[in-house]
Design a protein around this ligand. Structure first.
Ligand SMILES: [Zn+2]
Length: 322
């Protein structure tokens, strides 16, 4: 796993990420210009996001310049690209987050671990997709916040509204669980949706947040094991219309079989390496995606262990901290 360290204002941060990952970005972005339909969508969404997040626009602009890519194309990439995943959060003594980052084969061996020293003095350590804003995979911040994300697939979303990749990047600045909720509530409606596990070391508490078009379903998590894949689970969200995604339900069902007794990091690793069934947890292509990386975070030390996947094939982890 490549680790890069970037610092400066938002443009500088984007520029340095772009320079360091230019070949990865070139490998995943289509060389073709955006289609007229896409151009129209981007033109409608761009001002909404530029008004709300001028600093994140500066990051994407820096990334475009640093990697010698077209800005509109990179903006479109951030507005419309989403990622899969399986997350396990164990709260209480020896608590941990364990996560499989799943995505298209094109991303294999092309993720980067980015340590951002932000202008306000905060630091964020993030698993990053080529050309994308940080925050939409697994992240740890110097404020003691831990984030993991799973995309959701609701049938109802706004035509004009906020994109969750931008929100995920924005959340990295949240000082607390309340700050996370305030940030999400401030940016509605949404054009797509994510689920977050968020842990705050200062508060020693965690939330599960499922985002919907114009509300958030928030559950405060108790001690014990919590699992999430890519469909709505919360009592006040699971009946909302969502696309049928059998892989997500199968992975969750299989995952729950691993945690009848005491949850340990080793057990989580075993679960995330599992291949049983039609839609295995550890993915090797064949259906819709690959397990690109496996990440675990010790909720006490906030130390991250990370390696490129599939999880079952990992022999050596890279350790990093914020
Ligand atoms: Zn495997």
């Amino acid at each position: 796993m490549d680790l890069i360290e970037v610092r400066g204002d938002h443009y500088q941060i984007g520029l340095q990420i772009g320079q360091a990952t230019a070949s990865k970005i070139a490998a995943v972005l289509s060389p073709k210009p955006l289609s007229p339909g896409f151009q129209k969508r981007v033109a409608a969404l761009a001002p909404v996001h530029e008004r709300a997040f001028p600093h994140l626009f500066a990051e994407i602009l820096g990334m475009a310049v640093g990697s010698d890519q077209n800005f509109e194309k990179l903006l479109a990439w951030n507005l419309f690209e989403q990622t899969g995943c399986t997350s396990i959060l164990s709260l209480g003594r020896g608590g941990f987050l364990s996560h499989n980052e799943d995505g298209d084969a094109i991303f294999r061996n092309r993720l980067t671990l980015v340590k951002m020293h932000l202008p306000d003095g905060d630091t964020a350590l993030c698993l990053q997709y080529p050309g994308e804003l940080c925050g939409n995979a697994v992240s740890v911040t110097s404020r003691g916040m831990v984030f993991s994300i799973n995309f959701l697939w609701p049938k109802q979303f706004a035509n004009l509204g906020y994109n969750t990749n931008f929100l995920a990047r924005e959340l990295l600045g949240a000082p607390s669980l309340e700050g996370v909720q305030e940030c999400l509530a401030a940016w509605r409606p949404r054009i797509d949706a994510y689920h977050w596990f968020v842990y705050s070391r200062l508060e020693k508490k965690a939330l599960s947040i499922e985002v919907l078009k114009d509300r958030e379903s928030v559950v405060q998590l108790e001690k014990g094991i919590h699992l999430h894949t890519n469909h709505y689970l919360h009592a006040d969200a699971r009946d909302e219309p969502q696309e049928e995604y059998p892989s997500s339900r199968d992975r969750l069902e299989r995952l729950s079989q691993f945690f009848t007794g005491h949850a340990t990091g080793e057990r989580a690793q075993l679960a995330l390496s599992d291949h049983k069934g039609k839609w295995p947890i550890c993915r090797h292509g064949g259906e819709d995606s690959w397990t690109l990386a496996n990440i675990s975070v010790d909720l006490d030390t906030l130390k991250m262990e990370i390696a490129e996947g599939p999880t079952c094939m990992i022999r050596k982890y890279f350790t990093a901290s914020v």
